[in-house]
Structure formats: structure tokens, C-alpha cells
Design a protein around this ligand. Structure first.
Ligand code: UPG
Length: 465
């Protein structure tokens, strides 16, 4: 029977893409393995399994990798609206019976070496432990935020207060001082349901067979050293940590027509002249904030490519209605605006892009680092404020955008863009990130830190045989 590994990504592009890349990376270096990837569908959708699997296979270039198979999990119907931050957790827990069935069937027909669960799919741990399958977690953000996250159970024991009542987080070795304001909102309120979920998640992850992190030594060396040495958590509580990043998708096949319009527009712009603004799969703005961005971009001396997503209330308005009157016409020579989605990795790798305003989603940060594009940090939710802190204070590959009265003003946006694109500090940042781009490649090459950790991971599941 063939040795098989099961990968179970959480719902959402930011989770799916990196997990599929993880599977490809493992397989490239362990070609005798079989990899099964379980695919969750968005709720209340009707997807044809064969069609979805065909699409994934071509989009991610898996036609030449027959040892990767996708298993479709049917969509769940929700009769009530589930808040976006708990949706992936709900979808997973309500799909556990399917996961159970698929895992049992795989373990009958192959030698199942282990399961890698996205951390958001932590509820499936109940099943893998009942079936006695070695269980690893995939943490789709960085090592420093993982250290903060795994600390939660210890901070919870230390005090009966909520984190929101403190100004600073207790110091964690290898990490800069963390203002509580930068902690994810879900972790600050002890009485909230999500806080308890986070606590459970962290407790389960600490007891797992290991945590795989989408990072590499050159960008998070200090945090990684402390975490791996067991210094960030109470003695004996650190599970094995494997850092085998960066796992990012190359420009994906089958991007739509809008994608090629962006790229041909970029073709006609000077080298490193364009500021790209894009805010992940969920980042949305109010009409007031969109107006500030538009004014800032119009006044700035720089060209721009802006992916606009509005809040739910304004979703039905056209771009003309959303943005200041005449903005699109007045800026058509120096800017391009697209609605909702653009092929980010292809855009970031284009030579005309010189700066990236990002919401600090971890995949976006890695994608910018891998092509050496300096950033301006505009975090919005989840662990993104922590990512900004690490990006600006530790990696020093980005500038911080400063908010006032809940808005980023047009002036602030213009000044930060100017600083990044024109100042000495901007030049330093660019030089630093270009060095990281080289390190990113080296990490996954022969003798690189990520390849070394991958070998340790493979050895670890072989020990369970
Ligand atoms: N993307 C596009 N085009 C767009 C917008 C996004 O291609 O117009 C891609 C982007 O290239 C990236 C992914 O979508 O690959 C977005 O991932 P990420 O930057 O990580 O953002 P989120 O989708 O917001 O990711 C969630 C959380 C974030 C966390 C991340 C990984 O919001 O806080 O760091 O998951 O755990």
C-alpha cells in the first residue's frame, strides 16, 4: 500500500492556495508519496465535484502530479448568516462527518502516514485522534504571530482579566513589545465565544505532532529561534515546529480578462513607478474611506493600480458612484481601478510595480517579499496588526500607515506613498526586501532552512510507522 498524507485546508483562498503549494512542495521532495487534499465548498453553493476538481487541477498546475488527488466535500446549507470570521470554523465542524468518512476510506486503501489540518480546521482533530492518525497543524501566518497565539492559554491562566484591560502584552522572547491594540480583536475579550474557540485551538495545537508554519528563517529568524528553542511557551509545551515556507502560488492559470487588462496596462508604465493597492479576499471600505484613498491617489505624483472593494451597503453602486465625481476620468492617464479582484501575484511580479499598499494578510506579505516589492501596511482585522508590527519593526520591509478618527486620510496615504517611493528610508526598505527575495529562494533550495525542516517533518511521521 502506498504511503499517503492527507491535507485539509480551511475554507478561503488565503488558506487553500498555500496548503496546495505545501502539498506540491512535499511531493516534489518525496515523490513516492500520495497526497490527498480535502476540499471544502463555500456554504449554500451547488458545485459539481468533477468540475471543481478539474478546475483546481488546472489552476494549480497539478496535471503533471497524478499523486495529488482532490476530494470534494459537499456544501453546507446555512439558514442564518454566519459572521465571516467564524464561517470557516462552522463549515469545518459541520463537515466533520464527511471528513471522517473520507479518512476512514483512505486509511483502508493506503498507508495513511498523517493528516495536516489547517489550524482553522482544528475541530477535525477529534476525528484524527479517534482514528489514531498522527496529526499536524498548518499555521497559515507567521512564526511570531504563532508564538503570540500559542501563548493564549498561559496568559489566560495568569490573569482573570481580559487582555483589553492591559496596555502591553506580557513580553515574549524573540518578539518585539506588543501593544494590546495590535492583538487580534477576538483574543481581547475573555467573555466572547471566539476567545474560547481560540483558547481551545491553541491548546489542541500545542499537543499535536507538530506545527508547520508558512515562513522561513531569513524573515523571522529571531522569533523562530526563540519559538523552536521552547522559550516562548512554558517548559515542555512547545510542539515540534517546522518552517517550510514561503509557500505562495505562482501566477495562477485561467485568470480572467480583467487580469490581462491590468497586466497590459502595467506593460505601458515605467519600471517601478506604480503603487499597487489591494486588501486581500475580504478587505472592504466605506464610501468615506474610498473617497480619502481616491483624493490621496489623485494628488500623489505616483501612478497606481487600485483594487476597490466597498462595504456591503455600497456593493451595488458602480465605481463612478462610489468614487469622487470625475475621479476615474481625471486619473485615467496615471491610474487603473478594478473592482473586487485582480491577479495579485502576477501584478506584484510585474516590473512596473514599485510599492504595495497591503492589509497585511500573511500571504500578501510573503508574495511581496518573494518578488522584492516594499510595502505600506494598512491592517484591517484578524492578526494583521501583529503582522504590521513584525513587518515594520522586525523585518523592516514596510512603512506604517497612521490612522486618525478611524480613517486613513488622503494626506497620510499621499505622504506614505511618497516616502516609500522617493525617500532614503524607502530606498533602504527596497534594498532590504530585495535581499529577502533572494533568501526566500534560497530557503527552499538545496541546503536551505525550509528544505531542512521539510526533511525533519518527513522523518517525524516515519517515526510513527
Ligand atoms: N488575492 C488576489 N487578488 C485580490 C485579492 C487577493 O489574487 O484582488 C490573493 C492574494 O494574492 C493572496 C490571497 O488572495 O494570495 C489573500 O491572502 P492574504 O493576503 O493572506 O489575505 P486574506 O485573504 O485576508 O487572508 C486571511 C486573513 C489574514 C491571514 C491569512 C493567512 O484575513 O489575516 O494572514 O488568511 O492566515
Amino acid at each position: 500500500m502506498k504511503d499517503t498524507l492527507v491535507l485539509y485546508p480551511a475554507l478561503g483562498k488565503g488558506h487553500l492556495n498555500s496548503m496546495i503549494e505545501l502539498g506540491k512542495f512535499i511531493l516534489t521532495h518525496n515523490p513516492s508519496l500520495s497526497i490527498s487534499i480535502l476540499i471544502l465548498s463555500p456554504p449554500n453553493t451547488t458545485v459539481q465535484p468533477e468540475q471543481e476538481i478539474r478546475k483546481l487541477t488546472t489552476t494549480f498546475g497539478c496535471e503533471s502530479l497524478p499523486s495529488i488527488t482532490f476530494h470534494h466535500i459537499p456544501s453546507i446549507s446555512f439558514s442564518v448568516t454566519v459572521p465571516p470570521h467564524v464561517l470557516p470554523l462552522e463549515v469545518c465542524s459541520r463537515s466533520n462527518h464527511h471528513a471522517n468518512h473520507i479518512l476512514q476510506s483512505i486509511s483502508k486503501s493506503s498507508n495513511l502516514k498523517g493528516v495536516i489540518l489547517d489550524f482553522m480546521n482544528y475541530s477535525t482533530n477529534q476525528i484524527t485522534s479517534t482514528l489514531d492518525i498522527p496529526t499536524y497543524f498548518f499555521y497559515t501566518s507567521g512564526a511570531a504571530s504563532l508564538a503570540v497565539f500559542l501563548q493564549l492559554p498561559s496568559t489566560d491562566k495568569m490573569t482573570t482579566k481580559s487582555l483589553k484591560e492591559f496596555h502591553m502584552h506580557p513580553r515574549i522572547p524573540g518578539l518585539p513589545p506588543i501593544p494590546i491594540a495590535d492583538m487580534p480583536d477576538e483574543s481581547k475579550h475573555r467573555e466572547s465565544k471566539t476567545y474560547k474557540v481560540f483558547l481551545d485551538m491553541a491548546t489542541i495545537m500545542k499537543k499535536s505532532d507538530g506545527i508547520i508554519v508558512n515562513t522561513f528563517e531569513a524573515i523571522e529568524g529571531r522569533a523562530l529561534k526563540a519559538l523552536k528553542a521552547g522559550l516562548c511557551l512554558p517548559e515542555g509545551e512547545t510542539p515540534p515546529i517546522f518552517c517550510i515556507g514561503p509557500m505562495i502560488s505562482p501566477p495562477l492559470k485561467g485568470e480572467d480578462e480583467r487580469g490581462s487588462l491590468c497586466l497590459s496596462w502595467l506593460d505601458s508604465q515605467p519600471s517601478q513607478s506604480v503603487v499597487f493597492l489591494c486588501f486581500g479576499s475580504m478587505g472592504r471600505f466605506s464610501k468615506a474611506q474610498l473617497k480619502e484613498i481616491a483624493i490621496g491617489l489623485e494628488k500623489s505624483d505616483h501612478r497606481f493600480l487600485w483594487v476597490v472593494r466597498s462595504d456591503i451597503d455600497s456593493e451595488k453602486l458602480s465605481l463612478d458612484e462610489l468614487l469622487p465625481e470625475g475621479f476615474l476620468e481625471r486619473t485615467k492617464e496615471k491610474g487603473m481601478v478594478v473592482r473586487n479582484w485582480a491577479p495579485q501575484t502576477a501584478i506584484l511580479s510585474h516590473d512596473s510595480v514599485g510599492g504595495f499598499v497591503t492589509h497585511c494578510g500573511w500571504n500578501s506579505m510573503l508574495e511581496a517579499i518573494c518578488v522584492g516589492v516594499p510595502m505600506i501596511a494598512w491592517p484591517m482585522y484578524a492578526e494583521q496588526r501583529l503582522n504590521r508590527l513584525f513587518m515594520v519593526e522586525e523585518m523592516k520591509v514596510g512603512l506604517q500607515m497612521n490612522e486618525s478618527n478611524g480613517l486613513i486620510s488622503a494626506t497620510e496615504l499621499g505622504e506614505r506613498a511618497k516616502e516609500l517611493m522617493e525617500s532614503h528610508r524607502g530606498i533602504d526598505i527596497r534594498e532590504r526586501i530585495l535581499k529577502m527575495k533572494i533568501s526566500a529562494k534560497e530557503a527552499r533550495g538545496g541546503g536551505g532552512s525550509s528544505l531542512i525542516d521539510l526533511k525533519k517533518l518527513v522523518d517525524s511521521w516515519s517515526e510513527h510507522a
